[in-house]
Design a protein around this ligand. Structure first.
Ligand code: PBG
Length: 329
């Protein structure tokens, strides 16, 4: 008798056995929702990110309420800074009454149980759109930028941020921020390090959303963000950030970098997060709007793939929708 020696299809035949052998499960616990906060009243749509809006602090509180109801553990805040608040020294980044600082206070007062993550980087505040301070030649200087990032991170911690997330890719910033947080008694403030952050063109819609695209112009971030061609270097970045005191590490973007996620998780076993970035969201949305892809099925597939690669959680613009879809089953 001829028969396939092994019939893997047996276990796939029925829903019950597919469920029993499912290796990875996506839940609302895995989701972090990135939100854009702006000064004007109300909401403003982001053209290249259908379904995503810039929010006033009042509107942010409404969205936070939805996130809490959906059991999403945390929000990540990204400010839209008015052009007149931008400068060469990025001083608005650590203003005690800055937009982010006020947003953090408002969120923590209303929803103390909701995790609040802040972005530590200067690009929303610099007139040139780079994540750091420039020298006369236009090079982003490392150590002076780290000093500014320390001030920014401290101002977020004072406002009550649960997690500060340096996304700038300067050398030594995690250690400097950790030391400053400890020195000021913020021993519970977590650091989510954007450790393996690539110089990716998938950030385009985000730069539209926060208005840094115009400031950056034809500039790029290749002298500090990583080369998409590199993998071993990502492991060195993660090793340094963990050694300097990061509680969580991140790989960014998501889908094109799942090999990095796998290697980081396997090598270090640390809490590992992925940023499914604006361009990944925009691609899925655009295809879905054209009727070319099933949005819900593809978004959930991408998210569970990120978990399968080794991530503990995902920053995703689909967070609210995904939590709803998962609830609907
Ligand atoms: C800036 C920052 C960027 C993103 C998060 N923080 C853009 C950049 O580095 O230029 C991108 C996120 C996204 O594309 O969704 N520090």
């Amino acid at each position: 008798m001829r028969y396939p020696h092994t019939r893997l299809r047996r276990m796939r035949r029925d829903e019950f056995s597919r469920r029993l052998m499912r290796e990875h499960v996506l839940t609302a616990d895995d989701l972090i929702y990135p939100v854009f906060v702006h000064e004007p009243d109300g909401r403003a749509p982001v053209g290249s990110m259908p379904g995503i809006e810039r929010l006033s602090i009042d509107e942010l509180l409404r969205v936070a309420e939805q996130a809490c109801a959906l059991r999403i553990p945390a929000l990540a805040l990204f400010p839209v800074t008015a052009p007149e608040a931008k400068s060469l020294d990025a001083a608005a980044a650590w203003a005690d009454d800055g937009l982010v600082q006020r947003a953090v206070r408002a969120l923590k007062q209303r929803f103390p149980q909701l995790g609040v993550i802040t972005d530590v980087a200067l690009d929303p505040y610099t007139a040139h759109g780079q994540d750091g301070l420039l020298d006369a030649s236009g090079y982003v200087v490392n150590d002076e930028t780290v000093e500014a990032l320390v001030k920014q991170a401290l101002s977020h911690a004072r406002a009550g941020a649960d997690v500060v997330a340096p996304s700038d890719m300067m050398d030594g910033r995690i250690g400097a921020i950790r030391q400053a947080l400890e020195a000021e008694g913020h021993i519970h403030t977590r650091i989510l390090a954007y450790s393996a952050k690539y110089a990716s063109s998938f950030y385009g819609p985000f730069r539209d959303a926060v208005g840094s695209a115009g400031a950056l112009g034809k500039g790029n971030k290749t002298t500090y963000q990583m080369d998409p061609a590199n993998a071993d270097e990502a492991l060195r970045e993660v090793a340094l950030d963990l050694d300097e005191g990061a509680d969580m590490v991140m790989v960014k973007p998501g889908l094109p970098y799942l090999d990095i996620v796998r290697r980081v998780k396997e090598r270090f076993g640390a809490p590992t997060f992925v940023y499914q970035v604006s361009g990944e969201y925009a691609m899925l949305k655009a295809a879905a709007q054209n009727g070319w892809l099933d949005e819900r099925a593809c978004a959930l597939e991408a998210l569970v793939s990120i978990k399968r690669a080794g991530a503990d959680g995902v920053l995703t613009y689909f967070a609210l929708d995904a939590a709803r879809w998962l609830r609907e089953g």
